[in-house]
Design a protein around this ligand. Structure first.
Ligand code: ATP
Ligand code: MG
Length: 361
């Protein structure tokens, strides 16, 4: 029994490292859905670019992105009084006009070549894909056709930040004085259209497959009918492929079983830790449940509980588009500040009127 207590889930630095893409892909790449290019080590100039504030994009194809069309001067956006008074913004503007890829030209060319050969790509770093920034893309997905798309996704994502600085936050054997050495990696997976309704997350604890959850938390009425087939396929893959070759005792793997359920693909392997989304289970449950051998708890969203999971995945990381625009060029910065100013004025007006009302009452 957990008695409502927070159960500690022990995860080691080694467990996390085993789940780094290049580490598991070396063994299980042939079970994935598409080819992937692994860039590792990354040039320090590119890492510095990822770490930097603002979102500067490659100059040559900047205009590919809808966010970066030049603003045409008109009576609404000519703020001549601002320009002179704010030298900082002007300086910033010069910086924005520079091409960030100047500092990692040959690496940029490699990325361009890879995207060209794959047609389009789904990016990710060691552990995380920038799923939190898809709202900024025209297709609302991670599909990148150019390095502009790629950099825009990566630079707008908080999950990238997680991989760079917080990957070992939950580990129990982390030694501050001797932090684990790991190399940041960029993965470009050839894009394949995936139907999220048949993606599943599978939880393995102490080398036993204990739980399976639907990954996309919408209600799909057909899932119940194919439950047995899904379980069988996942069990077979776990027993025949993963168990013998993967070195962690506890981990979480994601699979995709497209209809008509003939094939199964490995999408990812994640650490068995709280920051891995537990979907239709709670982490306390996963840490304490005691299934009999070969008994797995498989859960789908049902007609009756579909409302509970209606919120959009990763939406907690979305920010207004004006905010992102403002960080990339001067004109948008001015527009953004003007909007903020107007909102401030509107608020103070409404505050005044509510005060008036209070007084009137
Ligand atoms: N090659 C691909 N082409 C298109 N989409 C893909 C490809 N590979 C994965 N995806 C999609 O991207 C989603 C996220 O990928 P992935 O699981 O690698 O990211 P993640 O950051 O590890 O996610 P999580 O944080 O949930 O573990 C997958 O659920 C799948 O729908
Ligand atoms: Mg993952």
């Amino acid at each position: 029994m957990t008695d409502g207590h927070f159960v500690v889930i022990p995860v080691t630095v080694e467990d996390v490292l085993y789940c780094s893409f290049s580490s598991w892909y070396a063994k299980f790449g042939k079970y994935t859905i598409s080819d992937a290019a692994i860039f590792k080590p990354l040039p320090k100039e590119f890492v510095a670019y990822l770490e930097s504030d603002g979102i500067e994009l490659p100059k040559e194809n900047k205009k590919d992105s809808v966010l970066f069309q030049d603003a045409k001067p008109n009576s609404d956006n000519e703020y001549s009084d601002w320009e002179e008074s704010d030298a900082g913004i002007l300086k910033n503007s010069e910086k924005m006009n520079s091409d960030p890829t100047e500092h990692f030209k040959s690496f940029h060319n490699e990325l361009k070549e890879t995207i060209k050969s794959f047609g389009s790509v789904a990016p990710k770093l060691n552990w995380s894909a920038p799923q939190d920034s898809t709202w900024i893309m025209t297709g609302r997905n991670m599909k990148c056709f150019s390095t502009s798309d790629l950099f825009l996704l990566l630079k707008s994502s908080d999950y990238v930040n997680h991989d760079m600085y917080h990957a070992f936050d939950e580990t129990t054997d982390y030694d501050k004085a001797n932090p684990p050495k790991f190399e940041l990696e960029l993965i470009l997976r050839k894009w394949v259209d995936i139907n999220p309704s048949t993606e599943f997350r599978c939880f393995v604890r102490d080398r036993q497959l204990i739980a399976i959850s639907q990954r996309d938390l919408n209600y799909y009425s057909f899932l119940d009918e194919i439950k047995e087939e899904i379980m069988e396929k996942i069990f077979m893959f776990f027993d025949d492929v993963l168990m013998g070759k993967f070195d962690c005792n506890s981990f979480v793997f994601d699979v995709y079983i497209p209809k008509p359920l003939k094939k199964m693909y490995l999408i990812d392997i994640n650490p068995f830790q709280r920051s891995t989304e537990s979907l239709l289970f709670s982490w306390n449950e996963l840490a304490t449940m005691k299934p009999a051998d070969d008994d797995v708890d498989i859960r789908f969203v049902t007609e009756h509980n579909s409302g509970r999971f209606a919120s959009k995945a990763h939406s907690q990381n979305h920010v207004p588009v004006e905010f992102v625009n403002a960080s990339v060029d001067t004109q948008s910065m001015i527009d953004f500040l003007k909007k903020c100013k107007n909102m401030e004025l509107e608020n103070s007006d409404s505050d005044d009127s509510s005060n008036e009302e209070t007084e009137r009452l």
